[in-house]
Design a protein around this ligand. Structure first.
Ligand SMILES: [Zn+2]
Length: 337
């Protein structure tokens, strides 16, 4: 999917979008760009907007492509012969792939006007392939542009970096991820919480649409719902969902993140910062639970949760530590400390 206008691009990536827009305004484009940043930061959409603006037959004075000419339409459909996508064939992007592309370009189907190479996972390009590509870009008279995408900037060859203009794509703002989820008809409550877990829109959507993960989303407030009740037990309730929690590292991480968010919300209620909570539908319950315990205890447990989370980063799943955590949670609310 491409951005259709620079305004859309700016909403996701204000800095790089503005830089690129200015280059078009001043007619000062580089021939080689590196779009660098984590997954899910809209690099491919930006590369297609770049191609569209270059090839559009009626670009506006605001620099936006028209979106309706035959070139714009073909780029949307992925059928424009002047826009080439290069992907690794096996482990690496091979020099033969680049040479073949250049020779194809020299003859047949290509139309007049600029040509744009979009190199996916550019960190897989070895020196020989990179040199072949950059050489054609730098030959005078060639109206050719390369946009190289990578989420592993550190692995990119120095020769590529030094001959390109680097654009740093930043992780998306939580508010942007949230509005994207809302636009996809994800319930507001989920759309509020998931961006606290990931700022990758694709991952966020996958979570919002996964039955196992949304079930987990309901289980955490339910677990806390048993807190402080004589006839219910957090520990026993946790035992029932244990298998689901430990089904995969991702699931454990997700569950723990939800626990942390809930615990944080409790702390925010305790601090009378209710407007900042993410679990908005649970506000009443959160306030009732927060009143049972002290700020120190809430912070102490939150610290333990965060420590568990940092160990998960090294793929250490300590299920005993989770059991202990649940015991402490249950006791805390029971004895109202
Ligand atoms: Zn157009």
């Amino acid at each position: 999917m491409s951005f259709s206008r620079f305004e859309d691009f700016i909403a996701y990536q204000p800095q790089v979008a503005q830089m690129l827009l200015n280059s078009f305004r001043k007619n000062r484009l580089a021939h080689a760009y590196i779009f660098e940043g984590p997954r899910g930061t809209k690099k491919p959409a930006a590369a297609l907007l770049f191609a569209k603006r270059l090839l559009c037959l009626n670009p506006g004075t605001d620099q936006n492509p028209c979106g309706t000419c035959r070139n714009c339409l073909r780029i949307d459909k992925g059928t424009h012969p002047n826009v080439f996508s290069i992907k690794a064939d096996g482990e690496n992007i091979k020099v033969d792939q680049i040479r073949q592309m250049i020779s194809e370009l020299a003859r047949t189907s290509v139309e007049d006007g600029p040509r744009i190479y979009i190199v996916e996972e550019a960190d897989r390009m070895r020196a020989e392939a990179a040199n072949a590509l950059l050489k054609t870009l730098e030959e005078p008279g060639n109206d050719i542009y390369a946009v190289m995408l990578t989420d592993k900037f550190a692995s990119l060859l120095k020769t590529i970096v030094s001959r390109s203009q680097v654009m740093h794509f930043r992780p998306l703002e939580k508010a942007v991820v949230r509005s994207e989820l809302l636009a996809k008809k994800i319930p507001p409550c989920l759309a509020g919480v998931i961006p606290e877990y990931t700022n990758n829109v694709e991952d966020a959507l996958r979570i919002a649409q996964s039955n196992e993960m949304t079930a987990m989303f309901d289980l955490v407030p339910e677990l806390y719902g048993t807190a402080g009740k004589n006839d219910e037990s957090m520990v026993l309730r946790f035992k029932e969902i244990r298998d689901a929690v430990f089904a995969s590292t991702e699931m454990t991480d997700y569950f723990l993140t939800l626990l942390i968010l809930y615990q944080k919300d409790l702390l925010l209620c305790k601090l009378a910062r209710v407007s900042e909570i993410v679990w908005t539908p649970d506000q009443e319950k959160l306030q009732r639970l927060a009143a049972l315990v002290s700020q120190e205890w809430l912070e102490d447990i939150l610290g333990k949760m965060l420590a568990l989370k940092s160990r998960l980063r090294y793929n250490i799943i300590d299920s005993l530590a989770f059991d202990n955590l649940l015991i402490q949670l249950e006791r805390g609310f029971m004895h109202a400390i």
